[in-house]
Design a protein around this ligand. Structure first.
Ligand code: ADP
Length: 400
């Protein structure tokens, strides 16, 4: 069964077509600047090896974008299906499932209402995700659709991990609690690493470090997520590209008063102007630039990278404590997969866990690989994440 995977943002839409039976990627692409000037689509037929085909064309709304995606994948020359009947189901990435969704579900009216109810927890994401669902439903009536939630994997966390020490009424009235994000990736990588290690998923204590522009860590104890670093929103936890991560909440009022800003304006700064971007003196939020700066002796770039790695190490240490030990640590996402430099710096904190880095393995890229020496007490792996494949698997499981 061919599955169309859709990840719909406010002005962009990423898509892939995956043959779920063979797990082969058939086509992929991206619509950008939807509703704005210079909009267009980048499309690639992976089977045929077309490379990226870019088309600039007006995309006034998401329905037009989805329509163009459907045209591209069924195009007589470069499409991957003869007709849209060959798309068996659509899997949609939905950011926030609140406490309602502990796993993926087939989308119906009730599910859409429930996702809308979670929108105040993710006001930028859920409405955009739902626009993608509506556009697909309008253009592919009768094709089953599945919602796959970023938060669902973390719903197994115990109360002691997800409750904030705030007046209980805020949880009771507004469901203010830790939810966690990147769940599809944490789930995929924790399962994959167990497979690579060759041990049952439910026998391992695993820490997954999803280090991308957005970054989060999770503790997966015997196959269940027991803690994760992001919170009610993706702002909590690690220092990220432009997000501050953890800080003293009193800082928000302090800066608001000093700079005559509203709390929303300060929170916007914490989301968009902070993180390694801020620490590096606004050099960059991209680790390629920061590593380059680091190696050239730029002190602020060095501070940004050092603070990031220190922070990751602190969380890994905390989660090893939370699980009373750790068997496997897995690195994934843009930085986790591609930066031997960051991995080595993080792992340098773990001599006490008996971790030794295999330098040659750590320099390898793009595949599942063990980067700790064979006699290291904790096994450390790089596992490339594949959220689209994980969404296709979930969709296939519900629709086959
Ligand atoms: P997101 O999905 O949150 O946008 P990604 O997982 O795609 O993030 O990660 C993007 C980040 O990965 C970039 O901003 C950059 O910091 C980092 N990155 C990508 N390639 C490399 C590389 N070769 N070396 C170091 N960092 C890299």
């Amino acid at each position: 069964m061919n599955i169309l995977v859709i990840n719909c943002g406010s002005s962009s839409l990423k898509f892939q077509v995956i043959d779920a039976s063979t797990e082969k990627l058939l086509a992929k692409g991206l619509c950008e600047r939807i509703g704005g000037a210079g909009s267009g689509i980048t499309y690639e037929n992976v089977v045929k090896g077309t490379g990226k085909i870019e088309t600039i064309t007006p995309l006034p709304d998401h329905k037009q974008a989805v329509s163009l995606v459907l045209q591209s994948i069924s195009d007589p020359e470069n499409g991957v299906v003869k007709s849209l009947d060959e798309i068996g189901a659509v899997g949609h990435r939905i950011v926030h499932g609140g406490e309602k969704f502990t796993s993926s579900v087939i989308i119906n009216d009730e599910v859409i209402e429930a996702i809308k109810e979670c929108s105040d927890l993710a006001p930028l994401h859920n409405p955009a995700n739902l626009i993608g669902v509506a556009a697909c439903q309008a253009l592919m009536p009768g094709t089953p659709m599945v919602a796959v939630f970023d938060t669902a994997f973390h719903q197994t966390m115990p109360e002691k991990a997800y409750m904030y020490a705030l007046p209980l009424k805020y949880y009771e009235k507004y469901r203010v609690r830790r939810y966690g994000f990147h769940g599809t990736s944490h789930s995929f990588v924790s399962k994959k690493v167990a497979e690579v290690v060759g041990k049952p998923y439910d026998s391992l204590k695993t820490i997954v470090c999803h280090l991308g522009n957005g970054a989060s860590i999770s503790a997966v104890n015997h196959g269940k997520c027991v803690d994760t670093s992001m919170g009610l929103t993706p702002l909590e936890g690690l220092i990220m590209g432009t997000r501050s991560g953890d800080l003293d909440p009193a800082i928000i009022e302090f800066i608001a008063n000093k700079e005559n800003l509203t709390t929303s304006e300060v929170v916007n700064i914490l989301n968009k102007k902070s993180g390694v971007y801020a620490l590096s003196g606004e050099l960059s939020s991209d680790f390629r630039d920061l590593e380059d700066g680091y190696k050239k002796g730029n002190k602020k770039a060095q501070l940004a990278v050092d603070a990031f790695c220190y922070n990751v190490a602190k969380y890994v240490g905390a989660y090893a404590a939370a699980m009373n030990g750790v068997d496997v640590i897995a690195f994934t996402a843009g930085i986790g997969e591609n930066s031997p430099f960051v991995r080595e710096k993080v792992l340098a904190y773990f001599g006490y866990l008996g971790i030794d880095v295999d330098e040659a393995a750590n320099a390898t890229r793009g595949k599942d690989i063990r980067i700790s020496t064979p006699d290291s007490k904790v096994a450390v792996y790089v596992i490339p994440t594949n959220e689209e494949l994980a969404i296709a698997r979930e969709t296939f499981a519900l629709c086959k």
